[in-house]
Design a protein around this ligand. Structure first.
Ligand code: ADP
Length: 374
């Protein structure tokens, strides 16, 4: 918008008419004081400012405006009766563009100048926008870099823990072998085996992440009975958590068409989390249900639960609920991988939870989704 400031109404009327005729939006003020009020309230691309006015003259107005951060980009064209010297005009005003026109106003020249200022304004606005986008991009990359560094440090720590245990058991094995204590050797071998499994799972998760990133996570779908899968998963989980009761409720009659190993991975992830995040409890429920052409599978625990605010983030890569992250080991990638697996099966993954009241992590899967989504 353009602001015309002049104490002579006829000048204002004729200028306004011409500018409006050329599709410019125009506002007017008949004194310096009124102009200042308007500049504080509205945004102007350009102010056409009469120099000789009773009260505040044009230069004083320009000087005052130069102090407003709001008017930083605003250009000013002075209208003066005498041929004013450039250095006199620039007095007090240094931020926006500046120019002057002598009266009587040559409308063609004025229009040319107005158009030029508008073009400069548009260009500088675009530049500012690009600059903002660039700054956002830099901030985003910095944050991603920070997250990655953090992840590498946690991942190294997580990998080192089972590795150190295995190293310890190897030394014990050597000692007990020399002594011929076969029973203890067997016990340590079993423990080393469990740690090796942990290591294996961690590395498999890390590989999955890189497969997801590079679009190389592939599925091998066939028909299978989810009830059978659950029985075998319950047995596996029960072996490493003998104190936990895992109750399966409900069944699904139809076979489903999906990648069995990947669906098993999701269920194991839900179950190990359900146990890990439920200290002091000893029961987990698996709720299974057929819903027409879909199945519902939910893993319900009675553990620490998750605050509403955090629930929407738990499927994000590297996300761990901050308040509990120190108490429980983890990398924050299991649910991200699970979400990707379910998404690629055209299913839905989610959580129902309340802080302190436990959680139910679930997925809904079409019985036969056909080829997977990209
Ligand atoms: P990890 O358990 O290795 O941190 P996940 O991706 O499996 O990674 O889970 C992400 C986060 O979601 C966990 O760090 C935890 O804060 C939260 N979470 C997952 N499952 C549960 C659960 N059953 N109860 C409470 N919090 C959970």
């Amino acid at each position: 918008m353009i602001l015309i400031v002049d104490d002579t109404p006829e000048n204002i009327i004729s200028l306004k008419k011409v500018l409006e005729h050329h599709n410019f939006e125009v506002d007017t003020a008949s004194s310096g004081e009124e102009a200042l009020k308007k500049v504080l309230k509205n945004e102007y691309v350009l102010i056409i400012l009469d120099v000789q006015m009773p009260g505040m003259d044009g230069f004083e107005v320009a000087e005052a405006i130069s102090g407003y951060s709001k008017a930083k980009e605003t250009a000013i064209i002075f209208l003066s009766a005498v041929n004013t010297e450039n250095k006199f005009i620039t007095k007090g005003y240094s931020s926006g563009g500046l120019d002057y026109i002598t009266k009587p106003v040559d409308m063609d020249i004025l229009l040319l100048k107005v158009k030029t200022f508008y073009r400069i304004y548009e260009q500088s606005r675009k530049l500012i926008e690009i600059q903002k986008e660039l700054l956002n991009e830099i901030e985003f990359r910095k944050q991603a870099e920070r997250k990655k560094d953090e992840f590498i440090s946690i991942a190294s720590h997580e990998l080192k823990t089972p590795l150190t245990s295995v190293k310890g058991y190897m030394q014990l094995l050597e000692r007990n072998l020399e002594r011929g204590d076969i029973a203890t050797v067997k016990r340590h071998l079993d423990k080393a085996q469990i740690q090796m499994e942990k290591l294996n799972d961690l590395i498999a998760d890390l590989l999955d992440i890189s497969k997801i990133e590079s679009g190389k996570l592939k599925f091998n779908k066939k028909f299978f009975d989810i009830n059978v899968l659950l029985d075998s998963v319950i047995e596996i989980i029960h072996q490493s958590n003998p104190d936990f009761k895992i109750l399966k409720k409900g069944t699904v009659e139809k076979e489903i068409y999906a990648d069995e190993a990947r669906i098993e991975q999701v269920v194991i992830n839900f179950l190990t989390n359900a146990i890990k995040y439920s200290p002091g409890t000893n029961e987990v429920h698996i709720n299974l249900e057929g819903l027409g052409e879909n199945i519902y599978l939910g893993v319900r625990d009675f553990g620490i639960g998750i605050d509403k605010e955090m629930q929407k983030h738990v499927f994000d890569k590297f996300y761990r609920v901050e308040e509990t992250a120190i108490r429980f080991q983890g990398l924050g990638i299991g649910l991200y991988i699970s979400a990707e697996i379910i998404r690629r099966h055209s299913g839905e993954i989610g959580v129902k939870s309340q802080s302190g009241q436990g959680s139910e992590f679930y997925f809904k899967l079409p019985v036969n989704a056909g080829p997977e989504k990209e």
